[in-house]
Every structure is written in C-alpha cells, then in structure tokens.
Design a protein. Structure first.
Length: 655
C-alpha cells in the first residue's frame, strides 16, 4: 500500500484542537472565567447556566472591565495583561498567565464580551470567532465590569460534545467549581443559577469562610470545623485550613486545596491527610478539608496545563509532612475538652447512674474494676469540692488546652539523667520480641468489655487485657518522654489539699481513725507535694503552683485523658506511695503511680460516654500499643491466643 500524503492542517483546525485540549468541559471554561474576574478585582460574580453550560455559560462581574482598545486582541492567543516576559512567570500573582483562556473559548464556542471600565463613558459589546473580533465593538449602556457569554460550547466539535456528560452532571461540576471558589473567596459575593431560575448557590461576600462552608456543604460540616494555622520560616510557607474534627466523617471526602489562591490538586497532600484521618475515622469514611497554602510564587510550579490541576512545588515532601503533622496535632488536641468538663460537673442523676451500673457490674466476682471504682454516690466529692470553691459557672469551665502537643516535636530536650536512662534500658531489656511483633502487626477486631478486647495478627486471634497493657504503655511513655511530656491544663486549677481530703473520705484510701486527723494528714500530704513540685513540673509536666493548686497533668498519650474520678486518690498516693528520697526510686514509683491512675477508667465514664470509650480503645489505645509499647515478658499473662486459622482448619478436617 502507498504511504499516505502528509498535509499541513489548516490553522483554524489546529487552534480548535488545541483549544479543545484546554477547554474540555464547561466547568474548565468557567474556572478560567472566574479566575479572570477575580484577577480583575471583582467583588460580585454572578454565573448563569443553561443546560449544564452547554447552551449557555455566562459570568458577570463588577471588576475593572476591559479597555475598549484591547477588545480587538483580547481573544487572540497569548494576549494577556498579566505577563510580559518569561521571567515574570516565576513571580506572577494572578491566576491567568498564558493568555489562552478567552482565545480557546472563542475557538470552540460563540463568545461575546460586554464590558465597561471606570474611565470610559459607556460600555462596549463585542463578539468573537476563532480568536478574532467579529465586526466592531458596539457601544452600550452598562455598569462597570464585564459580562462574558459563552454559548453552544463545542458546536463545531461534535466528538468533544459527545464526550460530555449529561447536562445535570456538567451542572454538578460547575456547582463544584463555583462553591469552592466561593468558599475560598469569602469576601466576594458569588451567585450561581440556572437560566430563569432562582440561585442554587449564593454567598454574600460578608460571611466568613466557616459560615460559607456551612451554607454550601451543610451545617453538619460547618459545625465540625477546626481551624488550623501554620507559618513556617524554614520552608517558607503559610497555611490555614478548616478541617472537620474526627467525630465527623462522610462516605465522600471533600478536599478544597488552594495554593496561592489557585484551586489545585495535590494527590500527595491528599494521601498524607487521608492517612492522618484513617487512624481516627471508620473504614472508608473521610473528612472535609479546606486548605489554603501560600508560598513564594518562585517556589510553585504554575506552568502547568490549564486542565491539569495537579501542582508541584519546592520542598514538596517537607511541606506536606509538616502540614500533615500540624493537622494531626490539632486533631489530637480537639474533641476531648468537653469530656473532662462533664466529668467535673457530675450531675446528681449521672451520679445515680454510676452507682447503679457500678453495683451491677461489681456483682460479678471477676470484676477487676471492683476495687477501683467508688460505688457510693455520697463519695463523689469533686462536685462538692467545686461548689465549696464557690466558683462561678464560667470559672468552672475546664479547658483542656494541650497546645503544647505542638511544642513536643520541636523542643526535645535530651535525657541526661542516668537514672532515667537506666529505666529505659530496663524496659528494653525486658522486651519480649515475639510479643512486640504481634503488637506491631495487630489488627483491632473489637471490644469484649471494658477490660478486654480482641485483635488479630496474621492467622491468630488474641484476647488482650486492655487496662493492663495501658498501664504498661503509660509507664513506658512517661519514661521515654521524660522531660518532653506535653501537658493537660486544668482550669480552674484544683487545690491539692482539698483533693487529698476528698481521697481520704473515700473507701479506697482505707483511712481509719488510727491514721490520725484527716485534716492534718491532708496538710502534710500537701506539704510533701508542694516541696516536690519542682521535680514533677520539670520532668513530668505535672504542675502544682505556689498556692498548692494543681494546674496541669502530663498528657501521656495524645487524646487520652485520665479519669477525674480517680484524681483525688492519685494525688494522695503521690504523697504516700512515691519514694521521694532516692532519685531512681522516685522516678520509678512516680511513673508507676501515674501509669496506674491513667489506666483506670470509671464505669461512669463508660456508661455516660460509651461511644467515646469505644473510640478511644480502638483509635487511640490500640494504635498506641502498636506503635510504642515494648511488652515485657510478664504482660504475656494478659494476652491470650484464642485460636489460629491453621488450628481451625485441623478442626474442620476432623469433621
Ligand atoms: P490571562 O488570564 O491568562 O491573561 P485570558 O485569555 O484568560 O488570559 O484573558 C486575557 C485578558 O483579558 C486578561 O489578561 C485580562 O486583561 C482580560 N480579561 C479577561 N477577563 C476579564 C475580566 N473578567 N475582567 C477584566 N479583564 C478581563
Ligand atoms: Mg485567564
């Protein structure tokens, strides 16, 4: 067969193909047009759509307008008011940079521009075809700004038109683009409507981003938002984000990413953030994320194809890692404040509940919690204590501010004390390697009760004593995070003497008349703790101030808060059980006591917040075992291998 003859394509055809590459669907064209309006400093942008943008796509703004003299060339390729030499590409602050959007649209649709600048006495209307102005611009009345009308998209490209989705689906994509820009540009009023109908989306230009997110994506998301901010001098970027807390999740994740005010995609960043949430959200569920990053224009590779929104930037890995960590820390610091607050405001009804469930549970002989949970509602004294302090409702608000979580990663002090080194070596020395491997590979299955949970590793199913493992975990974290522990702030601070008195009143303290006067005992306990306060503050982030008030507790495992029911006894035991005289002993006993306190849960907590407790076990504690726990041999007793797949098969073979 003869070879075909190679011919040069007609220029118009070439341009049309090129344009079709840039404008693939109505939403692409609209994105370019919105960016043009924003570049022109518009504060009102109104979009009208007919038939998913296929018949009509119109955008009206109140920006600078286009000068009459420029109307003749504005739709030619590579005409722009935003860039004049290549070097400018690297420092460009506006969206458009290649002068291609209008030209492309004019090659694949009927395009008209009506515009008026502030200086010119009247406006002008011009129509375009294949990059060229048709006829002369006609004078017309009108307000300052620009109306761009795109009609019959792809009228001259049948194949492209056939590739488009249904009008409804194209409309959805348009809605998507407009809503994202509307949220990011909260100071601009956006309206999106179908021709002849009332708006489907409207922002006022006066609401905050949070409010707009609520309006556009629903109040459930709006209410779950957490603001995250970050400035980084080293990698020179700033970030502010609005992300949903871990108690929100949806099947469809939503991520709005703006870099230097441009709506872009970054699969790497998306994957990193998804990774953070996957630890906390149920499988297959996702968060809502809005992220706005600003960096020097020179750092960002903006010379991407208009339809390819995937961006790359300098220090990409480092920046993504930092953002990821920042969001993670923020998530860890949220959601729990109210829990603590509630516990300190035990309502009498709730106390009743505790008593009942407490008794019910403890009928069970094997109830491990039995010795640990006070079951008499009379002894629920924290409330009384607070009342006694005559604090106002506002004062009583317990604010758990663990902002110091963020410091933790940056300010690590090196452990120099040999006693602590020794304790660390000791933990490592007792490590059971096989168990470590099991923990490292564990897949959480479910809770059996407050104490036990099931997990799987390889083909085996294990029953694990969560509270025993927790106690060891807390102990080890205290030892390894020595001097680096973030803190949990107690607001208002709690008087240690009062706490000791509450403890002495409880059965668990085992006080009897021979022990001496309670008040005197409390006084001397408070004195001891006051004297040892510098040690606890310096090394374990437990702060008792000069007035004998407990201000902070160590935050040992992020998201986990010790149960306040046991706080009085813990404080008492710090005075009585910690060996304050020798350094090694002191650290050892302090860490053990603290770990014990942190591992205690109360039936009250579990019964009032069963979901939170479950969530904590699955998403905080077991992941922490997996990540940190170096199980000593003796923990083997708390882990039971229930069955393994091969053994099950053997059973079946016999059948
Ligand atoms: P670019 O945005 O890359 O410069 P475009 O083809 O999108 O290229 O636009 C070409 C030019 O038309 C812009 O540089 C700008 O001067 C002008 N322009 C386009 N849209 C508007 C608008 N809505 N308001 C004012 N000027 C506009
Ligand atoms: Mg543009």
């Amino acid at each position: 067969m003869e070879p075909g003859i190679i011919k040069k394509l007609d220029e118009v055809v070439v341009n049309r193909i090129a344009a079709g590459e840039i404008i693939q669907k109505p939403a692409n064209a609209l994105k370019e047009l919105i960016e043009n309006s924003l570049d022109a400093k518009a504060t009102h942008i109104q979009i009208t759509v007919k038939s998913g943008g296929l018949k009509l796509l119109q955008i009206q703004d109140n920006g600078t307008g286009i000068r009459r003299d420029d109307l003749s060339i504005v739709c030619e390729r590579f005409t722009t008011s935003k860039l004049s030499k290549f070097e400018d590409l690297s420092s460009i602050g506006t969206f458009g940079f290649r002068g291609e959007a209008l030209a492309s649209i004019s090659h694949v649709a009927h395009l008209s521009i009506q515009t008026k600048t502030a200086k010119e006495p009247c406006g002008y209307k011009a129509t375009y075809e294949d990059g060229q102005l048709k006829g002369v611009p006609k004078a017309c009345a009108g307000n300052q700004g620009t109306i761009i009308t795109v009609e019959d998209l792809f009228y001259n490209m049948q194949q492209r038109r056939q590739c488009l989705k249904s009008p409804a689906e194209e409309m959805q994509k348009i809605y998507d683009v407009v809503s994202k820009y509307a949220i990011h540009n909260s100071n601009v009023a956006f309206t999106l409507k179908k021709y002849g109908e009332t708006p489907t989306l409207r922002t006022t230009g006066r609401n905050t981003r949070e409010e707009n997110i609520g309006t556009v994506f629903g109040t459930q998301i709006g209410r779950a938002l957490l603001a995250v901010e970050q400035h980084d001098d080293l990698h020179k970027f700033q970030m502010n984000a609005l992300v949903t807390k871990v108690d929100y999740s949806a099947k469809r994740g939503i991520m709005l990413l703006f870099i230097n005010n441009r709506l872009v995609d970054s699969n790497a960043l998306k994957a990193a953030i998804d990774g953070v949430y996957s630890t906390y959200l149920p499988k297959g569920m996702h968060p809502f994320i809005y992220i706005n990053i600003e960096m020097a224009a020179t750092q960002l590779d903006v010379n991407v194809h208009p339809t390819k929104h995937e961006v790359h930037f300098l220090y990409e890995d480092e920046i993504i890692d930092k953002i990821k960590r920042r969001i993670e820390l923020k998530l860890l610091g949220s959601n729990t404040a109210r829990t603590f607050y509630k516990q300190l405001h035990l309502q009498s009804g709730v106390k009743e509940a505790e008593t009942n469930t407490g008794k019910a549970k403890c009928n069970d002989k094997e109830c491990v919690e039995k010795e640990r949970v006070r079951t008499d509602s009379k002894e629920q004294k924290l409330e009384k204590f607070l009342a006694h302090k005559n604090t106002t409702e506002a004062d009583r608000t317990i604010n758990l501010i663990n902002e110091s979580f963020s410091l933790n990663t940056t300010r690590r002090s090196k452990v120099t004390l040999t006693s602590i080194k020794q304790m660390q070596d000791n933990i490592e020395g007792k490590l059971n390697v096989v168990m470590r491997k099991v923990l490292k590979e564990l897949v959480f299955v479910g809770m059996v009760d407050e104490t036990y949970a099931l997990f799987q590793q390889e083909t085996r199913l294990y029953l694990c004593n969560t509270s025993k493992f927790c106690e060891e975990l807390f102990y080890q974290r205290l030892v390894f995070e020595f001097q680096n522990l973030p803190h949990i702030k107690l607001e208002p601070s709690l008087d240690i003497k009062e706490l000791v008195l509450i403890a002495l009143d409880s059965e668990d303290a085992g006080w009897s008349t021979e022990d001496g006067d309670k008040l005197e005992l409390a006084e001397s306990a408070a004195n001891i703790l006051q004297e040892k306060a510098p040690i606890m503050r310096e090394y374990f982030s437990l702060r008792i101030n000069d007035e004998g008030k407990l201000e902070t507790l160590p935050a040992i495992v992020p998201q986990h808060y010790p149960c306040t029911t046991h706080l009085p006894l813990y404080i008492l035991r710090l005075a009585t059980e910690v060996d304050w005289d020798s350094e090694v002993e002191c650290f050892e006993t302090f860490c053990r006591e603290t770990a014990r306190f942190y591992s205690l849960t109360s039936i009250l907590e579990i019964s009032t917040q069963p979901h939170r407790h479950k969530w904590l076990v699955e998403h905080v504690l077991y992941p922490a075992f997996k990540r940190y726990l170096l199980p000593p041999n003796n923990l083997k007793l708390q882990l039971y291998e229930l069955t393994s797949l091969p053994r099950l098969y053997k059973v079946f073979e016999r059948c």
